[in-house]
Design a protein around this ligand. Structure first.
Ligand SMILES: [Zn+2]
Length: 377
């Protein structure tokens, strides 16, 4: 059992030097040029460490996605990663990679450049053994932080061919909990039409879109039900043109988060069928679910295996659910067993104080190697 711990330990300096280079390359989701400049480094390391097939999916607007492939046979194990971060160009120059001997810092180190490299090194460990009997695919997404619009179809295609999906998003909390349930996300845009009128001369002939909006906001917020994990948040509201005009237009943007698929359907339906409260106003609703919920049942078996392996490696592993979404939401919705949060242990995703616990890298990498071995041999 412990030989993979020793193996991961022997690779740690190499992984850290790769991580330093990768963190010091800015990769904002919306900057195709920078992402396409950073990706060759990952491919080069894949070629040097593993040597397998590399498939590139060219994108017009976002960075090109890449599929790293090892092994053969019928079945497939999918490892999901992303190279993009929420940080803008210049961030790495402002606060470059830093290792204080206990923690690692720098933009995207936790979410999720360290996890991506743990995946690469786990494949490296696998290839140093006998050839796996299944395909092992590591997919590198480039638009995960902006809802995976250009990559979703590719991820779903790979997931449909897979027996298990391991998502190398960061873990939850500093004791490294895995994510076995994630909320689904819906986004809706509601345009409200009223009838404009001069507020002094002709108040009674106007119908206020803003008054209608107020009714709708209270109704939407009121659909929140914490007992089943469903929340609605009107995050944006705007309307009107001037103080002395009964408003003819208003707009609400509302986000829906749900734990369960049936709730996603029920609430989406209610929002799509919103009816005006005031005579003379009209509602135009657009939008829908952008990520389905990842329900806990889909990850049951994988989590039990991960927990057992962790125990054998000498550490404990807990699970948790989160309101945040990832590409694991797509794969779990296809009913493909999905285990998320297998990447770095640390804290502060999307925050300037993000960090990775240095001494978690070796056990986490070893855990992934054992999971890959269990499912691909
Ligand atoms: Zn992430």
């Amino acid at each position: 059992m412990s030989n993979y711990l020793q193996w991961a330990e022997s690779q740690l300096n190499s992984l850290l030097s790769d991580l330093e280079q990768l963190v010091n390359m800015d990769t904002p989701s919306r900057n195709k040029v920078l992402i396409d400049q950073a990706m060759p480094f990952v491919i080069q390391r894949f070629n040097e460490l593993i040597g397998g097939e590399v498939e590139t999916f060219t994108q017009e607007q976002f960075g090109n996605q890449v599929k790293l492939h090892l092994g053969q046979g019928d079945g497939q194990i999918l490892i999901l990663t992303h190279l993009d971060t929420v940080w803008p160009e210049g961030e790495a120059a402002r606060r470059p990679f830093r290792n204080d001997g206990k923690r690692l810092y720098g933009p995207g180190v936790f979410d999720m450049k360290c996890g991506l490299l743990q995946g690469l090194y786990a494949m490296h460990a696998i290839i140093s053994q006998e050839k796996p009997k299944k395909n092992i695919v590591l997919f590198i997404n480039t638009d995960e932080e902006i809802a995976s619009t250009s990559s979703r179809r590719l991820i779903e295609e790979e997931a449909a061919k897979s027996d298990a999906v391991f998502v190398l998003e960061p873990s939850l909390g500093q004791d490294g909990m895995l994510k076995t349930a994630r909320k689904g996300v819906g986004r809706f845009f509601i345009d409200i039409e009223g009838v404009s009128a001069h507020s002094g001369i002709d108040h009674s002939s106007g119908v206020s879109a803003i008054e209608e909006m107020a009714h709708q906001i209270l109704y939407l917020q009121g659909l929140t039900d914490y007992s089943v994990g469903s929340t609605l948040n009107v995050g944006m509201a705007s309307g009107g043109t001037a103080m002395n005009v009964v408003s003819a237009n208003a707009r609400i943007e509302v986000e829906l988060r749900v734990e369960r698929m049936d709730e996603a359907e029920r609430l989406s339906q209610l929002i799509r069928n919103l009816a005006p409260k005031l005579d003379g106003t009209k509602l135009h609703v657009k939008g829908g679910m952008v990520r389905p919920p990842m329900e806990q049942t889909v990850s049951r078996g994988l989590f039990r295996d991960a927990q057992r392996i962790a125990g054998e490696l000498g550490f404990t592993l807990q699970e948790s659910s989160t309101g945040g979404a990832s590409d694991g939401n797509f794969t779990a919705a296809l009913q493909v067993p999905t285990l998320d949060g297998l990447g770095a242990v640390g804290a502060g995703a999307h925050a300037v104080d993000e960090f990775v616990e240095l001494d978690s890298i070796v056990p986490r990498t070893a855990l992934l190697v054992h999971l890959l071995k269990q499912y691909s041999y």
